[in-house]
Ligand binder design. Structure first.
Ligand code: NDP
Length: 286
């Protein structure tokens, strides 16, 4: 194990800063009623925990909640009917359908029912299209959280080489677009399971963001001395939650690294709250 010299980029202070901004915006607008609806299908334990933590944080900052729970054998028609009703419910400003859905359900058809203004998860075609075009819209909470965390800790991105490992629509792909956006200005590389020479690709990075879910797959060989390493991956092991990054191995080489748990996950939930406020603003509530 290397001696720890890397700065540990704890999620909690960055999360608190985002949540304080949310609470401040709500108060400044006269504390209007803003409501987030979640839709949970089935009994997947991690999904249930994620949804519960989203509602707990919403309550802390003064955002109202509607928790829709449907049984694992819900039909496509029943799910679509419920989401369609949320879409037209003027008392609901943000809609989040917790993924993954049970295998018999078609997520695309469900997402297509969520109006862009209420799409606080940033997963619909409209939101992803807006991201690509650089026009206002909701950006996924996890990619947004990574950007907020970098900004909170004053990590420079302009002109630097950022390598994102993992190309999902939820995390890696939108994050690579955000990193390369004007104003953030990184040179973004998007790597994935078919990338050749991943070690060398990562070693050329000033900033590595790993979002694969492959436990401890980013080690000392991947990290250029002084690089910043952001861990998004979550693996549940007998030792508890483990990230993609072998923090103990790289802590003597990287200049800064996020812990897992206690890093990016906290930012994801905080950014859901700021997206919900943005959603309310788009609907004329504040
Ligand atoms: P997906 O399974 O949708 O995507 C994983 C990506 O990683 C794919 O693009 C895949 O490549 C790539 N990949 C898999 N194995 C390797 C490998 N050995 N080398 C390089 N690339 C690889 O997952 P998600 O994007 O939804 O989630 C990624 C991780 O982030 C998960 O662990 C998830 O739990 C976690 N997560 C964490 C959040 C947080 O707040 N911290 C929020 C959301 C997710 P390919 O496309 O070629 O298959």
């Amino acid at each position: 194990m290397n001696e720890t010299t890397a700065r540990i980029l704890e999620g909690a202070p960055a999360r608190d800063a985002v949540l304080a901004r949310v609470a401040g915006r709500l108060a400044a607008a006269g504390s209007p009623v803003v409501r987030l609806a979640t839709v949970l299908v089935g009994n997947d334990a991690p999904s249930r925990r994620y949804v519960a933590s989203k509602h707990a944080v919403a309550g802390e900052v003064g955002i109202g909640s509607l928790q829709v729970e449907l049984p694992a054998d819900t039909t496509q028609a029943a799910l679509e009917d419920r989401v369609a009703r949320l879409a037209t419910d003027e008392s609901v400003h943000g809609i989040l359908v917790q993924m993954p859905l049970p295998a018999h359900l078609d997520a695309e058809r469900v997402l297509a029912l969520i109006p862009a203004a209420k799409d606080v998860d940033g997963l619909t075609e409209a939101s992803l299209g807006r991201l690509m075009r650089g026009v206002p819209g909701h950006v996924g909470c996890t990619p947004l959280g990574v950007i907020e965390l970098l900004a909170h800790y004053g990590i420079a991105t302009a002109g630097r080489h950022a390598v994102v490992v993992g190309r999902s629509l939820l995390v890696g792909l939108p994050l690579s677009v955000l990193l390369a956006r004007k104003g953030i200005d990184a040179t973004a590389t998007l790597a994935h399971s078919r990338s050749q020479n991943l070690v060398e690709v990562c070693r050329s990075a000033d900033i590595i963001v790993s979002a694969t879910g492959v436990a401890h797959s980013i080690g000392v060989a991947h990290v250029k001395p002084g690089a910043v390493v952001i861990d998004v991956g979550i693996s549940r092991t007998e030792r508890g939650i483990v990230g993609d990054v072998d923090l103990a191995a790289i802590a003597g080489v990287a200049s800064a690294v996020t812990p897992m748990p206690g890093g990016t996950g906290l930012m994801t939930v905080a950014c859901l709250m700021s997206n919900t406020l943005d959603a309310a603003a788009m609907q004329g509530v504040l």
